[in-house]
Each structure stands twice: as structure tokens, then as C-alpha cells.
Design a protein around this ligand. Structure first.
Ligand code: HEC
Ligand code: HEC
Ligand code: HEC
Ligand code: HEC
Ligand code: HEC
Length: 414
């Protein structure tokens, strides 16, 4: 062996260093071992003690020991959470410390652990048997437990535990409302109310000005452009900021600013991220049929307008974004202005006649007329003619004191 002459340590210190080395190795082994004691064996031992104390030795003997695994082939999951969380299906431990607490609520009745496991709702890494790993404490949104700590990190405004509802909706997406998923329900209402389908295909139905949103939750976090986003660079943060002000992130977008509250923007961001393809068997997807059809009321309202005085605007598709109150056309989305007065308004708003505007449109209408509703020159003439007729009808109604654009009288409070 080569003799080392340039060692920084005098010979005499070498035995001391060796001794320190041995102590360090010993300490590592000791800590690793003592950590094991805090692992599932410790939790199982503690839970057996709790059952013995509360329900007697006989019941305690029935508490299983060793690794517990729920394998759900239909969900492609193998969850070992119950190895530590043994108490979830026991009554009487409602106030115990985790992981020894009875599962809150009654969701396990409709989603029994032996059929659903745990991670399909909670997230986390089902197969892991160390607390931190099982709770998936890593930087990616879909891996960690979708619990309160993550909700706090994402600055959820009221219910910090709400993130889990993203997972509920992977299965419950075709329901208009799901009990226990209030944020998702709020977002689903907003999608109807704001008329997102005017521009986006969702579940196979809608316009094509914006991207198809059906599986938008599968877009990888790295695919978003974060250059205009300050703060967290997560897909969730991107969607919240985009909903609050689309143009702040995508300068030339025609997506409108809906002036949403933070809570509404967060709810919509959750809904977007829940629209993922799940590798689940169909038996796990409630809601039949598994599509998202218009309700009977929505269909009837559309049928009535198709045969009314504003039929042209309905058949052409303008009504998707515009009401024409003078012709009794009511848009489900009302993204653009009421067209009853367009003949006058294009002058005021754009400084051009309505003819010029339709031939040389700007903003949203330039996208609409080049991509969504492509009109021949003759059809544009028809459009101008129809807009003039709508304006004439508007003036007639105003002269009779029945302004169709007057704000509706507030209903008396119930
Ligand atoms: C090695 C034992 C162990 C395993 C395995 C384990 N947990 Fe836990 N869990 C704990 C302990 C200990 C706590 C309480 C302390 C804490 O929050 O870290 C806890 C707390 C929780 C909480 C409440 C706190 C929170 O963050 O919201 C949830 C929910 C939870 N676990 C879900 C799960 C799920 C789902 C799995 C399976 C993917 C799982 N756990 C696997 C030990 C475990
Ligand atoms: C159908 C979805 C679903 C399934 C399946 C499910 N849970 Fe839950 N779990 C919930 C909901 C919802 C809550 C309540 C969250 C809240 O309001 O704080 C909850 C709460 C908990 C809590 C307490 C969290 C806290 O912050 O106090 C623990 C621990 C937990 N679940 C563990 C499990 C384990 C372990 C399993 C598997 C045996 C499981 N859950 C299966 C939906 C589910
Ligand atoms: C893995 C898919 C899956 C996940 C995740 C899931 N569910 Fe379900 N849920 C189902 C299925 C399947 C049914 C049962 C439908 C049936 O066959 O009756 C159901 C039933 C329900 C019911 C009706 C129960 C009843 O008593 O009528 C409610 C409410 C519900 N789920 C809420 C939730 C909530 C809240 C979450 C998230 C915390 C959630 N679900 C997560 C698949 C899922
Ligand atoms: C007037 C048309 C229009 C309306 C109405 C509209 N959007 Fe958009 N949306 C767009 C366009 C164009 C884009 C692409 C540019 C951008 O990201 O802003 C877009 C982008 C998006 C994206 C980002 C998709 C991705 O893959 O990056 C989401 C999510 C989204 N819209 C959701 C919604 C929701 C939810 C609503 C209803 C509350 C809505 N949009 C209403 C036009 C619209
Ligand atoms: C996807 C939504 C959408 C559709 C579909 C749509 N528009 Fe528009 N339109 C708008 C928006 C939004 C504006 C407001 C200007 C802007 O924001 O760029 C507008 C403005 C207009 C204007 C100017 C009105 C004014 O008061 O200044 C006219 C005229 C018009 N649209 C006619 C039509 C006609 C005719 C059709 C059907 C062939 C149609 N639009 C279809 C969204 C739409």
C-alpha cells in the first residue's frame, strides 16, 4: 500500500478518527432501527392496545397484524394505507389521534375500502409503508395526499381539504352535481352559467375557438408557459391566474375575463385538473349515460328560439354568444353584447358601420368569423339585413315603452 505522507492528520489521530467512524455507523443503524419502531409495527401495536382498553382483549386479538393490502384490479391500485390506518372501519375511535381514527363521514359505505382502496380518493402512494412516502410528499400535484396541508400550500380560500374533490370527479365527472364535492359542483355550475362551451369542446360538445378541454387535466405541468406567472409554477396556479385574467398569461387570447372571485377561479382550476383519463374500469364511473347531454329545459328553450323571430341568429350560431332581446333570442352564455342595437353600437364602440365591422372584424369576432362561423359574402349581407331588422324591431318596442334591453325588475326577496 502507498504510504500517505500528505495526510492532514497526524498519525496519532487515526485511531480516534476510526472510533468516530464506528460511532457514526452505529448511530445510523440505531436511528434507522428506532425509526422502524415508529413505523407500521408500532402503530399496529398501539392500536391493538387501544382496542384492548376500549373493547377488551378478545376484540384486540382480531386486529390483524403485518402488511395489509387492498388490491383493486379495476382501479389498477394496490393500497397499503390500512396497514397503519387500521381504525378506519372500526367504530368508537372517532376522536383518536391519526392514524388511529375512525374514518369521518359515511363515504366508506358507498365506497367500501375493499372495493375502492384509499388512494383513488386521497392520492398518496398506495404501496408505500413509510408515512412520508405513503403520503407522497413530493413536489408534483397528483402525487401527494390531497389533504389540508396541500390545500394550505395552494392557498385555498375556505375548505382547505377540498383538493380531494379533484379525485372524486375523475369518477364522478358526468354528474351535474355530486354530494360532498361542493367546489367541483360550483365549478360545474360556472361552466354552464358562463357558457364556456361557446368556445370549448367539453365531453364532445361545444365550439372550437379555444382548445378542447375534455382531457385538459392530462396536460403535463411542464407544458404550461409560466413566463408571465409570478409565484408558484404549478398547473393549478397557472389555471387560477388564467381564470382570473386570461390576458395576463396569454396576451392575445380572446378568452373573456369573467371577473371571477378567487374561490370561483380555484374551483374551476380544480375542475380542469380533474378532467383526466382514469385507467379505471367502467364499473367505477357512476352516472348513466356516461355523457353530458343538455337538460330537457335547455333543449326546449333552444327549440323555441329556433322557430321564433330570431331564428336566423339561432340557426347560424350567433346566439351561442349573443342575445338579441328584440327578437326574443336569449344566449345561454352572453359572452358578446346584445345585438338588438349592434347597428348603432359598432359606430360607438369601433367607429365603423356594422357592414364594415362584419366585413373587417376585430377581436373575438375576427376569430369567430374565420374559424367558427365562416360566412360567404352573401350570408354576410343577410347578417347585416337581419341586424337592421332587429334594430328596427328594437326601436318599435322602445316607442311603445317596452324597451327589451331595460334591466329586468328585481324579483321580490323570498
Ligand atoms: C407508515 C404508516 C402510514 C401509512 C402507510 C399511511 N399513513 Fe396516513 N398517517 C399516518 C400517520 C402517523 C398520520 C398522522 C400524522 C401525519 O399526519 O403525518 C397519518 C395521517 C393521515 C391523514 C390525515 C392528515 C392529512 O395529511 O390530511 C390522511 C388523510 C392519511 N394519513 C391518509 C393516508 C393514505 C391515503 C395512505 C395510503 C396511500 C396512508 N395515509 C398511509 C401513518 C400512515
Ligand atoms: C370515497 C372517497 C374516500 C375513500 C375511498 C377514502 N376516503 Fe378517507 N376521507 C375522504 C373524505 C371526503 C374525508 C374527509 C376530509 C375532510 O373533510 O377533512 C376523508 C378523511 C380521511 C382521514 C382524516 C383526514 C383529516 O384531515 O382529518 C383519513 C386519515 C382518511 N380519510 C384515511 C383513509 C383511508 C386509510 C382510506 C382507505 C381505507 C380512505 N380514507 C378511503 C374520502 C375518502
Ligand atoms: C374510483 C371512482 C370513485 C371515486 C374516486 C369516488 N367515487 Fe363516489 N362513487 C363511485 C361509484 C362507482 C359510486 C356508486 C354508484 C352506484 O353504483 O351506486 C359512487 C357513489 C357516490 C355517492 C352516492 C352514494 C349514495 O349514498 O348514494 C356519493 C355522494 C359519492 N360517490 C361521492 C363521492 C365523493 C365526495 C368522492 C371524493 C371524496 C367520491 N365519491 C370519489 C365512484 C367513485
Ligand atoms: C370567447 C371564447 C372563450 C370562452 C367563452 C372561454 N374560453 Fe377558455 N380559452 C379560449 C381560448 C382562445 C383559449 C386559448 C388561449 C388561452 O389560453 O387563453 C382558451 C384557453 C382555455 C384554457 C387553457 C387550456 C390549455 O390547454 O391551456 C382553459 C382551461 C379554458 N380556456 C377554460 C375555459 C372555461 C372553464 C371557460 C368558461 C368559464 C372558458 N374557457 C371560456 C377561449 C374562450
Ligand atoms: C364565440 C362567441 C361569439 C359568436 C359565436 C359570435 N360573436 Fe359576435 N361578438 C362576440 C364578442 C365577444 C363581441 C364583442 C367584441 C369583442 O369583445 O371583441 C362580439 C361583437 C359583435 C358585433 C359588434 C356588436 C357591438 O355591439 O359592438 C357584431 C355586429 C357581432 N358580434 C355579430 C355577430 C354575428 C352576426 C354572429 C353570428 C354570425 C356572431 N357575432 C357570433 C362574440 C361572438
Amino acid at each position: 500500500m502507498e504510504k500517505r505522507t500528505n495526510s492532514p492528520f497526524p498519525r496519532i489521530d487515526r485511531p480516534v478518527l476510526a472510533a468516530i467512524g464506528i460511532v457514526l455507523v452505529g448511530a445510523t443503524v440505531f436511528f434507522a432501527w428506532s425509526d422502524r419502531q415508529h413505523d407500521y409495527k408500532y402503530y399496529q401495536y398501539a392500536f391493538r392496545g387501544m382496542v384492548a382498553e376500549k373493547l377488551g382483549a378478545e376484540r384486540a386479538a382480531t386486529v390483524p397484524s403485518g402488511l395489509q393490502q387492498v388490491w383493486v384490479p379495476g382501479l389498477r391500485r394496490a393500497d397499503r394505507c390500512v396497514t397503519c390506518h387500521q381504525a378506519v372501519s372500526w367504530k368508537g375511535f372517532e376522536t383518536a389521534e391519526e392514524p388511529h381514527r375512525t374514518h369521518p363521514g359515511d363515504l366508506l359505505k358507498s365506497h367500501p375500502p375493499e372495493r375502492f382502496g384509499c388512494s383513488a380518493c386521497h392520492g398518496g402512494q398506495g404501496w408505500a409503508i413509510d408515512t412520508a412516502a405513503a403520503h407522497g410528499e413530493v413536489a408534483h400535484w397528483e402525487e401527494p395526499l390531497l389533504g389540508k396541508p396541500l390545500g394550505e400550500a395552494y392557498s385555498l380560500t375556505d375548505n382547505k381539504a377540498a383538493l380531494m374533490q379533484m379525485n372524486c370527479n375523475i369518477c364522478h365527472r358526468y354528474e351535474r352535481a355530486t354530494k360532498g364535492a361542493e367546489m367541483i359542483n360550483l365549478a360545474k355550475d360556472l361552466v354552464q352559467e358562463k357558457g364556456c362551451r361557446a368556445c370549448h369542446v367539453i365531453n364532445g360538445r361545444g365550439g372550437t375557438i379555444g382548445p378542447d378541454l375534455t382531457w385538459v387535466g392530462d396536460k403535463a405541468p411542464e407544458q404550461y408557459d409560466y413566463s408571465r406567472l409570478s409565484g408558484q409554477t404549478t398547473a393549478f396556479a397557472w389555471h387560477v391566474a388564467h381564470f382570473k385574467d386570461p390576458r395576463a398569461l396569454v396576451q392575445d387570447t380572446v378568452m373573456p375575463n369573467f371577473h371571477l372571485s378567487t374561490k370561483q377561479a380555484q374551483a374551476l382550476a380544480m375542475l380542469m385538473l380533474s378532467w383526466r383519463k382514469a385507467p379505471f374500469d367502467a364499473a367505477f364511473l357512476p352516472g348513466v349515460p356516461r355523457t353530458d347531454p343538455q337538460t330537457a329545459d335547455e333543449r326546449k328553450a333552444e327549440e323555441d328560439m329556433k322557430t321564433g323571430p330570431g331564428a336566423w341568429f339561432v340557426q347560424t350560431g350567433c346566439f351561442v354568444c349573443h342575445s338579441i332581446a328584440a327578437l326574443k333570442v336569449r344566449s345561454p352564455a352572453q359572452i358578446g353584447p346584445d345585438l338588438s342595437t349592434a347597428v348603432e353600437d359598432t359606430q360607438k364602440r369601433f367607429g365603423v358601420t356594422v357592414d364594415q365591422f362584419l366585413k373587417n372584424p376585430t377581436g373575438t369576432m375576427s376569430v369567430v368569423l374565420s374559424r367558427q362561423i365562416v360566412l360567404t359574402p352573401e350570408q354576410k349581407e343577410t347578417a347585416i339585413q337581419k341586424l337592421r331588422e332587429a334594430f328596427a324591431e328594437y326601436q318599435r318596442l322602445v316607442a311603445e315603452g317596452k324597451n327589451p334591453l331595460a334591466p329586468p325588475v328585481e324579483a321580490a326577496p323570498k
